[in-house]
Design a protein around this ligand. Structure first.
Ligand code: GLU
Length: 415
């Protein structure tokens, strides 16, 4: 189905902005295509002695403004089209916040919940050795994404470094602190989402503490966001994970929800609230809805039921283009993914810079620099949306695509 094909969605957004800014058709043609696609077979020995062969991808969409950058996800539903789309989103995301990277994404089709830690390590190391010729601190720098974490980044750093014969911290970001990770990286995406949310509230002249917030997803982004917002005295009325959600109109204690998740394996193990489904969460009576899980959550089937006034896209591509249209017609203010969740890659950039210089910053410095970048990007996108009378997504795309197009034009075509 085309509506759910993320690559079709990504191209659709690009075509719309191309028309809006009268993009040179030659540059449009270049930007429509990923620069490089690598599909690899990854044979690994399972714990029971069998050999299983997994499929992995690494896609580099664009490297005009700097090395390719983007996470790696482990998920049973990974497809090449999804990875191509997410690589393109990374190009725009880095351009929106003005960090000197292009866009990439990687993925392995697997269900990490059914793999042991040893199997995940062997899968990671073999995948990296299969894509080793196209990654590197000046070429393409992976990072965490869905179901990948600092430990996996450490194995990536080690595999690459063993191949080179010396330690290369700059090859990957999201590493543990002990091997050159950055303070603040783990919570950076959530913190960036919080800045996007605060700026929105300021621009729309709303009161921060009166907003009722619902968050779909309680992983690195949703979970950290819920806890950060609670510390800022926000009212989180619902959260969810893959197994379902929990709702309390009086507000949830998200630290207790985290404890319940730790103990029972799901936020639904928290008993001070009503059990709801992920679908129900999206149509709750709330002020701000934060989809922080996976793609295609708000579609033309359920867009009409959304009651929030503001949506902050913490996940990548949670709203289909058809749903986007419906939500815009309803007057819902949407902060798009390429702006809202750019905090993660921004602190990845800080980690890479710190690693290249072997000079490390305090968490306060990291968070202040992150805030500067997020606020400047938000301001730029807001200004374009006001000047050109377009929604925030179109404004963010105008900024991003114009920056990449200008870099492409000025570099010229080789040979
Ligand atoms: N996976 C994250 C994203 O989608 C972070 C990418 C990075 O840090 O390179 O933005």
């Amino acid at each position: 189905m085309r509506e759910f094909n993320p690559w079709y969605m990504a191209l659709k957004h690009l075509d719309e902005v191309a028309e809006k800014i009268n993009l040179d058709p030659n540059i449009h043609n270049i930007l429509k295509k990923p620069k490089r696609i690598l599909t690899v077979s990854i044979p690994i020995r399972m714990d029971d002695g069998r050999i299983e062969v997994f499929t992995g991808f690494r896609v580099q969409h664009n490297i005009t403004r700097g090395p390719a950058k983007g996470g790696i996800r482990y998920h049973p539903q990974v497809t090449l089209d999804e990875i191509k789309a997410l690589a393109m989103l990374m190009t725009w995301k880095c351009a929106v916040v003005g960090i000197p990277y292009g866009g990439a994404k990687g993925g392995i089709i697997c269900d990490p919940k059914r793999l042991s830690s040893g199997e995940i390590e062997r899968l990671t190391r073999r995948y990296i050795s299969e894509i080793i010729s196209i990654i590197g601190p000046e070429k393409d720098i992976p990072a965490p994404d869905i179901n990948t974490n600092p430990q996996i980044m450490a194995w990536i750093m080690d595999t690459y470094s063993m191949d080179k014969g010396y330690s290369v911290p700059g090859v990957v970001t999201g590493k543990p602190i002990s091997i050159g990770g950055s303070l603040g990286r783990n919570t950076a995406t959530a913190r960036g989402v919080m800045f996007a949310l605060m700026n929105t509230i300021k621009k729309l002249n709303l009161n921060f503490s009166q907003q009722k917030i619902a968050i779909q997803g309680f992983g690195n982004v949703g979970g950290n966001l819920a806890r950060i917002l609670q510390k800022e005295n926000c009212k989180i009325i619902a959260v969810s994970d893959i197994k379902g959600g929990i709702y309390n109109p009086k507000g949830l204690d998200c630290f207790k929800v985290s404890e319940a998740l730790e103990k029972t394996g799901s936020v639904t193990g928290f008993n001070n609230g009503e059990q709801i489904t992920n679908k129900e969460l999206l149509s709750l009576n709330c002020d701000i809805l934060v989809p922080a899980a996976i793609e295609n959550q708000i579609t033309k089937e359920n867009a009409d039921k959304v009651r929030a006034k503001i949506i902050i896209e913490a996940a990548n591509a949670p709203i289909t283009p058809e749903a986007d249209k419906i939500l815009n017609e309803k007057g819902i203010f949407i902060v798009p993914d390429i702006l809202a969740n750019a905090g993660g890659v921004t602190v990845s950039y800080f980690e890479w810079v710190q690693g290249l210089q072997s000079y490390f910053w305090t968490e306060r410095e990291v968070n202040l620099k992150l805030r500067d970048i997020m606020e400047k990007a938000f301001e730029n996108v807001w200004r374009i949306s006001q000047e050109r009378k377009v929604d925030m997504r179109m404004a963010a795309y105008i900024l991003a695509v114009s920056r990449v197009a200008e870099a492409t034009r000025i570099r010229g075509l080789y040979p």
